[in-house]
Design a protein around this ligand. Structure first.
Ligand code: ADP
Length: 257
């Protein structure tokens, strides 16, 4: 008799558990959504006053002929930190938008050879860090959002420059149905224990003494969310002391798609 009773009770218990679980899931995703909106709102609200502060600091420094060297230095630091905070808020806003699915991707055929050449040109205007590009003979055409892909490539090239002193190598290739860009540096590299966390928000591998001061720790999180938003993948291979290779794989553009 007992076994049967249990059998009869079991579906009810499971049903009860399932209801409780579903209830929790709904409440959790509601809380998650609120959190997202909160981050988005805070970022937005803080950006405006900080932009005003930045403007005043810059104008103080510009007219700062009668300031001591110490005061000028203090102002310059205040400016760069304010500027970094504003960029961080913009990044958080972008991530909040991506999380809520409000980031719209404009997918179109993108000739990677041309886009990479543009990124290299732009980079060479601000830094003389040598960059070489190797391509297969034919153009590789990806299906992607051109502006956002450019943003990601600039970010990866900037990082490669920040964390290395030797030439950066960019390779473009097509493998099966994938359009691939590899950005390789021979710099400090990333330890294995950091490698799968490096795409997390605010995660930074180096301690505060060695990592770049002007970064936000959000660049790679944004890169990942943007690349995934255009149906691609971004991966990392690295060895400390030998360098890092970031690989972006995107669907190739097919004339029928
Ligand atoms: P940021 O550069 O603003 O700190 P990112 O999200 O772009 O933030 O990068 C996160 C962390 O990943 C960096 O702080 C750094 O520790 C590490 N990193 C990124 N790119 C490289 C690279 N090419 N070589 C070594 N470390 C890197």
């Amino acid at each position: 008799g007992g076994a049967q009773l249990e059998l009869q009770q079991a579906p009810d218990e499971i049903l009860g558990l399932a209801t409780a679980f579903n209830d929790m899931t709904v409440r959790l995703s509601g809380a998650w959504e609120q959190q997202r909106q909160f981050v988005g709102n805070v970022s937005h609200e803080l950006r405006t006053p900080l932009t005003v502060v930045l403007g005043y600091l810059q104008s103080l420094l510009r007219r700062g002929d009668n300031l001591t060297t110490h005061q000028q230095h203090a102002l310059a630091t205040a400016i760069s930190e304010t500027d970094r905070t504003i960029r961080m808020l913009q990044d958080l806003l972008d991530l909040a938008r991506a999380d809520s699915g409000n980031l719209h991707f404009r997918q179109s055929p993108v000739v990677l050879n041309t886009l990479v050449a543009e990124v290299v040109d732009m980079s060479q205007k601000v830094s003389k860090h040598p960059i070489s590009v190797s391509t297969t003979s034919a153009d590789v055409v990806a299906l992607a959002d051109q502006d956002r892909l450019m943003q990601v490539l600039i970010n990866l090239v900037d990082n490669a420059i920040k964390y290395s002193n030797s030439p950066i190598e960019i390779a473009i290739e097509q493998t099966g149905d994938l359009a691939i860009v590899r950005i390789r540096d021979r710099g400090i590299g990333i330890a294995l224990e950091h490698q799968n966390r490096i795409f997390e928000r605010f995660y930074r591998a180096q301690d505060s003494s060695t990592r770049s001061r002007d970064g936000t720790g959000l660049g790679l999180a944004i890169a990942k969310s943007l690349i995934e938003g255009m149906n691609g993948k971004i991966t990392l291979r690295s060895k400390p002391g030998e360098g890092s290779t970031f690989t972006i794989a995107l669907p190739i553009w097919k004339s029928s798609s």
